[in-house]
Ligand binder design. Structure first.
Ligand code: B12
Ligand code: SF4
Length: 509
């Protein structure tokens, strides 16, 4: 039985915790007396507690994030009640700031704020072997990245076969967008390239196919980003029938020629870029200290959409200080016109420690008190309107981002995407009174009803919906369509996820 158990509650099984793997890999001689135990947030806390207590560890190190802090707090409560002899050490972004007043911090024995890679090892050894640490909160040391032991050996074969493999080519971000936790980083630090490429190669050979780079800004340090893309191009050339799927986060206004020249060479179904636009409104950008060249961002998105096979997932945030529904709508329409495959319509959240707190009073920012601390109203958007936007975001995910309605969506959006989708969203909510647990066929029926009621009924709605339904492979019953033809599947490598395949059949506009 291991003396140290490193545990966390991931948001879903597909997400493996990279942070815990760094901690274990860097435990030194304690590594072999440790184990990683991952759960998901939907697992009952009772079950998690029973499993952890059954291992009788002396230390439990718990990774605490915005998506699991509620459940983790409940877990620590049970652990402290039923096995008070186990020392609980917390770490992770959610307990790295504003620790005072957090219930989970009060319950735990120790907290490491910030990077835990080497500080956890030091603390664990002091807990196990003395001298007993006196302080409760320990500021995590930020060692040079080339001194860290690689975490990738901590991924098991089942992880590589069934889960996203998170990888990291750099840590930190030099920008200061006030809504983002990375605004607190002093800089961005790259990992040494050669060992990283060797790790990537080894992961591929062991079976990893879904690589998600967690770098905040992959396209910041050109030499490294080009070397990594070149590496994957070589890998694909060597294994054309078994390509990986690669996810990178990019800043939108920096795509130099050297990077473009590599991106165009990737085949379909391999590259996915998550690109933060957040807001197109210049005054709002300045207010939250986001430096962004909108014209360059637009030109780059247009180029990526028109000239490359990359799947584009672009982020916007609703509820920023000073953003009105009108300015947000203008930005949304501007983005739809650029044709990304997905728009992540995110509601602003006040992350612990982020500088956006300075706007709370001036812009009447009211946030939920419990995680994920979502915006409820601002001086520019009242609470009922904010709820309408949150419903829009949810239905947008179901209808647009899911890729299930690639033929129908353009009929909904037409020449005023935001306004039209908002009307659809209001109508859906009026009819369904919920945004979750909506059966596939029910959604089709609702879309059909809405399209039929629009401008005296859109005759092409039925055909588009029928096409989308047929394409999805579903075999249920619809009032306006009976019959199923076989669906043509596009030629992709085996690693391309379903949603990205569906999007390849159409675009947002
Ligand atoms: C992967 C990821 C996700 C995954 C979930 C992964 C999972 N395991 O389930 C998905 C995509 C689902 C996700 C969603 C969201 N995420 Co996210 N995500 C990340 C991301 C990109 C990578 C995390 C990672 O692996 N980092 C690399 C490792 C090495 O760093 P680390 O995890 O921080 O671990 C280090 C320390 O924290 C510490 N540590 C970690 N665990 C432990 C445990 C112990 C015992 C100790 C001592 C130390 C310790 O040591 C580690 C090594 O130094 C980060 C950004 C980033 N690059 O970190 C954002 C990040 C974690 N997410 C963030 C946010 C805000 C969100 C969303 C709210 C965004 C949204 N949609 O609005 C949602 C949450 C939705 C919800 N349900 O509430 C914030 C975190 C805020 C917070 N307080 O937790 C981050 C930091 C992004 C940012 N810069 O703002 N996310
Ligand atoms: S939003 Fe992106 S660019 Fe801005 S601070 Fe966060 S990671 Fe950096």
């Amino acid at each position: 039985m291991p003396a140290i158990v490193l545990a966390t509650l991931n948001s879903r099984y597909a997400h493996a915790a990279l942070g815990l793997r760094y901690l274990r890999a860097n435990l030194g001689r304690l590594r072999d007396d440790s184990a990683i135990r991952e759960f998901i947030i939907r697992t009952p806390v009772r079950q998690i507690a029973d499993e952890l207590i059954a291992e009788a560890p002396r230390i439990i190190g718990l990774g605490v994030y915005i998506w699991n802090v509620v459940e983790s707090t409940a877990l620590v409560e049970v652990l402290k009640r039923e096995a008070p002899e186990i020392r609980i050490v917390l770490g992770g972004p959610e307990v790295s700031h504003e620790t005072e007043g957090q219930r989970i911090v009060a319950l735990a024995d120790y907290v490491v704020t910030g990077w835990g890679d080497v500080t956890f090892a030091r603390l664990a050894s002091a807990i196990l072997e003395g001298p007993r640490p006196l302080m409760k909160v320990h500021a995590g040391e930020q060692p040079a990245l080339d001194t860290l032991r690689s975490p990738y050996g901590e991924y098991g074969d089942a992880d590589l076969a069934h889960r996203n493999v998170y990888v990291e080519a750099s840590r930190g971000c030099p920008f200061k967008c006030e809504f983002c936790l990375s605004a607190l980083d002093r800089s961005a630090w790259p990992f040494p390239l050669e060992p990283l490429l060797a790790d990537l190669e080894h992961l591929y050979r062991r079976g990893a196919r879904h690589f998600k780079f967690v770098d905040r800004t992959f396209n910041l340090k050109l030499a490294n980003s080009t070397a990594i893309l070149e590496f994957f191009l070589r890998l694909i050339e060597a294994h054309p029938h078994d390509p990986p799927f690669l996810h990178f986060e990019l800043i939108p206004d920096r795509l130099p020629a050297a990077l473009r020249a590599l991106i165009v060479r990737f085949p379909p179904g391999v590259l996915q870029f998550e690109i933060g636009i957040q807001t197109f409104d210049v005054a709002v950008q300045q207010r939250v200290s986001r430096r962004q060249d909108n014209a360059a961002a637009e030109a780059n998105l247009k180029w990526l959409r028109g000239e490359t096979n990359a799947h584009l997932h672009v982020d916007l945030i609703a509820g920023l200080p000073g953003e009105t529904v009108e300015t947000f709508a203008a930005g949304f329409d501007r983005l739809v016109a650029l044709g990304p495959h997905e728009i992540q319509f995110g509601m602003l959240k006040r992350l612990r420690g982020t500088p956006i707190a300075r706007h709370t009073e001036a812009w009447g920012m009211r946030y939920a008190q419990t995680a994920p601390y979502q915006i409820e109203s601002t001086s520019c958007i009242d609470a009922p309107t904010m709820q309408r936007l949150a419903r829009f975001a949810r239905y947008w995910d179901l209808i647009a981002n899911s890729g299930r309605f690639v033929r129908t969506l353009p009929l909904v959006l037409r020449d005023a995407p935001f306004d039209n989708f908002l009307r659809l969203s209001d109508a859906l909510y009026a009819a369904l009174e919920r945004t979750h647990a909506i059966a596939n066929e029910e959604l089709y029926e609702q879309l059909y009803a809405w399209l039929s009621s629009e401008a005296g009924g859109r005759t092409d709605g039925r055909a588009a919906l029928a096409d989308d339904y047929r394409g999805s492979g579903a075999r249920g019953k619809l009032s306006f369509y009976d019959g199923a033809r076989r669906h043509r599947s596009a030629a992709f490598g085996g690693s391309t996820p379903q949603r990205q395949r569906r999007h390849a059949a159409g675009v947002l506009a």
